[in-house]
Design a protein around this ligand. Structure first.
Ligand SMILES: [Zn+2]
Length: 421
């Protein structure tokens, strides 16, 4: 980007672009924590920026979480936490991100390198930003607004609140996590170090949306043992684990699969088959907004296993399931302020609020069950985990305005309830 163009962007957009250029992809096949060293490099940079702002209690956990707090307390007793994850999805290339800025966007498709085209009709709210400034990658990588936009918005909120201590706010704690995209963002997260009673992740999509529900999530693995015999003399002898795995998939109800699921419908998703005649594994994930629905999906897999055992009596067919995260909706009802103040904050930022269910998990779903009820706020970005990911500069500003107004609501309400000052 030429120097003269940079100055036309807001501080928030410049901060976002600076962060987006840093490689922080997580890696599900790595056993280390965090899964990639580059995430740690970015956390160290954020740590230095937070210290530079004058934040207090800045502490970088070597396993991959950065904690900090706004000094000087704030109004009231309830400490509010802000969270974003620094990693980007390994599902699309995330190295060498080179953001492109499209000013005065005319509302037409945005053509990028490598045949990547962002068609506004494929994405939810892009047409709201006609005439605005759209930020994308160059088309060969993801952009990483998920969740560098959240990181940038929280950092900018901290900067503003540090510069003007007169802005009403509650006591605020901040945490930046790693490996959210591979489901490990809350591994090793220390809620007492975090020190917040309620929290907001800034990791959502279009502005206005306040995510108060996520799926309940389980994973399942069928481990299949067959019997290997030379194919030339296999009659009546061979038990082929590959065929059994494929039979399991074709017996699943395809109307229950992700490609046939939307809104508040769940799904059962066969993700991978691996193996040979002697041994194969079928991995699935299950998603459902209700506990009853999840129970029904798990029972279906049990029944399917029993059926396959009857069909292939010589084979070994085991099923293991485990819980990944749970819908925080019930937990959030215990203290309705987290949702209520976010809805009011959104309205005060001049945006129509909408309580929504997110078709995926966030760190917040797990954190809610670790005792910190957590609501997800929007970043303004869309088409996450793809080369077509985009965010508008105006959307980033709306995301920041939503967060600031939510914190202001907390500050004002807590000051009011603690009596005249
Ligand atoms: Zn995210």
């Amino acid at each position: 980007m030429p120097e003269h163009e940079k100055t036309e962007l807001s501080e928030l957009a410049l901060r976002f672009i600076r962060y987006a250029g840093i490689d922080t992809a997580s890696d599900g096949s790595s056993d280390t924590s965090p899964s990639t060293a580059v995430q740690m490099d970015f956390l160290m940079m954020l740590r230095d920026e937070l210290i530079g702002m004058g934040m207090e209690g800045v502490e970088l956990d070597p396993a991959g979480t950065l904690y900090a707090g706004l000094p000087g307390g704030g109004s009231g007793e309830t400490v509010v936490g802000l969270l974003a994850h620094v990693d980007t999805s390994p599902e699309a290339p995330g190295r060498g991100v080179s953001p492109r800025v499209h000013r005065n966007w005319d509302g037409g498709p945005i053509v990028l390198e490598g045949g990547t085209v962002i068609d506004p009709s494929d994405t939810e709210r892009m047409s709201d930003y006609v005439g605005g400034t759209i930020i994308t990658s160059d088309g060969t990588t993801l952009l990483g607004a998920d969740d560098k936009a959240g990181v940038a918005v929280i950092m900018e909120a901290c900067r503003i609140l540090m510069e003007d201590p007169g802005i009403p706010r509650p006591p605020v704690r901040v945490a930046f996590t790693t490996d959210e995209e591979i489901g490990r963002g809350m591994d090793g997260f220390d809620t007492s170090k975090f020190g917040a009673e309620l929290a907001y992740t800034v990791d959502g999509g279009p502005v206005g949306k306040v995510d108060t529900q996520t799926f309940n999530a389980c994973s399942a693995v069928f481990a299949i043992k067959g019997r290997e015999v030379h194919p030339g003399s296999a009659k009546g002898q061979m038990v082929n684990a590959v065929r059994i795995a494929s039979d399991l998939v074709s017996t699943l109800m395809h109307e229950e699969m992700p490609e046939n699921s939307q809104g508040t419908e769940g799904y059962t998703y066969p993700m991978s088959i691996s193996g040979t005649t002697g041994e194969a594994a079928l991995r699935l994930i299950l998603r459902d907004f209700t506990e009853e629905g999840m129970k029904r999906r798990l029972e279906y897999l049990d029944a399917l296993r029993e059926f396959m055992v009857l069909r292939y009596p010589v084979a070994g067919i085991d099923l293991k399931t485990s819980r990944q995260y749970s819908n925080p909706a019930e937990v959030l009802k215990k203290d309705p302020r987290a949702v209520e103040y976010a809805m009011r904050g959104t309205m005060e930022a001049g945006i129509r609020p909408q309580e929504t269910a997110i078709r995926g998990g966030t760190d917040g779903s797990r954190l809610s069950f670790m005792g910190v009820p957590t609501v997800n706020l929007p970043t303004g970005g869309e088409l996450f985990h793809s080369r077509r990911e985009w965010v508008a500069e105006e959307g980033l500003e709306q995301s920041l305005a939503t967060l600031m107004a939510t914190l202001r609501t907390w500050g004002v309400e807590q000051r009011r309830s603690s009596g005249p000052i």
